[in-house]
Ligand binder design. Structure first.
Ligand code: 3PG
Length: 411
């Protein structure tokens, strides 16, 4: 993918009206809906520091419509205040008259956080950037700004209006976080040191299954180790049976199971699935070999044999990329697989990258985050990039840079 975009240093910022797309989508406590980890909010600081003389409106999302954690951005805005010197205000509107009036009234050095952009139905469309310039979101907001800045690397794999359309109607730049992430991941996009191992866990299997095929077909990874739900999807594809409840859950992902079958047919040797699990039985952890999962409790972690196998492969690797926890580490007794994965990576001499809010957050809790070569704020976007896919938000920034250069050459 061509990565030649403009940055904040290419533009005058003083007194300008800047529309800043961040990704401050955070994990929330399922009972209280309070933010559990504000790493992504703090990561906006370097960009906001460069915009201290500008008038900034922030666009971002939290979760997706219909989910429990689909909330307003009010508490995000309170936390953002802690990470920047500007005065931060929140408005519970995205593009209506109240939001537009507040944008008009923005003073130099102020930051206005607009509400969750996915409250606008149009934002949930996935289309090309040029087409999405016709959305109300872009038509109503763009006239108020001099510059669009995209610092939402973690959402760069989504082709949604707030991420891909503004670069076609406004001068546009990548923010500091976007620059830092792309700079660090470039090394993996070129020729990774081998053997190169990818460890994938967590949910969002519809994002991960296609990425596994890309990683193997483009030879970016020599091994792919699977845990979490994605590990179970591949075991199911290989004919493994689970208990009734887990079978019911997996039945909802039948399409992904079918895709996994095709991937296994081509890359069986390179894909390592769990050979045992940590399961919950009568309130306690019981380790169960994979062949006995049909009569076992719910699996919440990889088992000790798998943990050792994964550690052995990681120790032999020169590049290790991990995305998503490989067990429910938040639940006492089921943290060992994910903890061991992170510790093996932190202790290795390989080039190590972790991504996905939960995994990066847990590395922080364990106090080992600084022992990784790079901790990405992104999950799916990082994986898609590394698997050789084009990220629509970056494509839009590259297109904007080309237009900017052409018009500067003419004048
Ligand atoms: C993420 O957390 O991966 C990004 O914020 C994108 O969120 P999405 O998967 O809901 O588009």
């Amino acid at each position: 993918m061509e990565i030649d975009y403009l940055t904040l240093s290419d533009f005058e910022k003083r007194d300008k009206r800047v529309l800043l797309r961040l990704d401050i989508n955070c994990p929330l406590d399922p009972t209280t809906n309070q933010i559990l980890d504000d790493t992504r909010i703090g990561s906006a600081k370097p960009t906001l520091d460069m915009l201290v003389d500008a008038r900034v409106a922030v666009l971002s999302h939290q979760s997706r419509p219909g989910r429990e954690d689909f909330t307003s951005l009010e508490q995000h805005s309170t936390l953002l205040q802690k990470h920047c010197t500007q005065r931060v205000r929140f408005i519970d509107d995205v593009m209506g008259p109240a939001a537009r009036q507040a944008i008009k009234e923005l003073k130099k050095g102020e930051v206005l956080v607009l509400d969750n952009v996915r409250l606008c139905a149009e934002e949930n469309l996935q289309e090309r950037g040029e087409k999405l310039t016709r959305t109300n979101l872009v038509r109503r907001l763009a006239p108020f700004f001099d510059l669009y800045v995209n610092d939402a690397f973690a959402a760069a794999h989504r082709s949604q209006a707030s991420l891909v359309a503004f670069p076609y109607v406004l001068p546009s730049a990548a923010g500091k976080l976007m620059e830092r992430e792309l700079g660090a991941l470039k090394r993996l996009l070129e020729e990774p040191d081998r053997p190169s191992t990818y460890v994938l866990g967590g949910a969002k299997i519809e994002d991960k299954v296609p990425v596994i095929e890309n990683i193997l077909s483009t030879r970016k990874g020599d091994h792919v180790l699977l845990g979490g739900v994605v590990g179970k999807v591949f075991l199911k594809a290989a004919g493994q049976r689970f208990n009734e409840n887990e079978e019911e859950e997996l039945a909802k992902s039948q399409q992904q199971v079918e895709k996994a079958k095709h991937i296994l047919a081509k890359y069986k040797k390179q894909i390592i699935v769990p050979s045992d699990f940590g399961t919950l039985e009568r309130g306690k952890r019981v380790n169960v070999p994979v062949e006995k999962m049909r009569g076992a409790g719910v699996s919440l972690d990889i088992g000790p044999r798998t943990t050792e196998d994964f550690a052995r492969i990681i120790n032999r690797s020169k590049t290790v990329v991990a995305n998503g926890p490989i067990g429910v580490f938040e639940q006492e007794g089921f943290e060992t697989g994910t903890r061991s994965l992170l510790e093996s990576m932190a202790n290795s001499n390989a080039f190590t990258v972790i991504g996905g809010g939960h995994l990066a957050g847990y590395a922080g809790i364990l106090g080992i985050a600084e022992r990784f070569s790079h901790v990405s704020t992104a999950g799916g976007a990082m994986l898609s990039l590394l698997a050789g896919e084009e990220l629509p938000a970056i494509v839009a920034l590259v297109d904007a840079a080309k237009r900017h250069k052409r018009s500067s050459a003419k004048s």
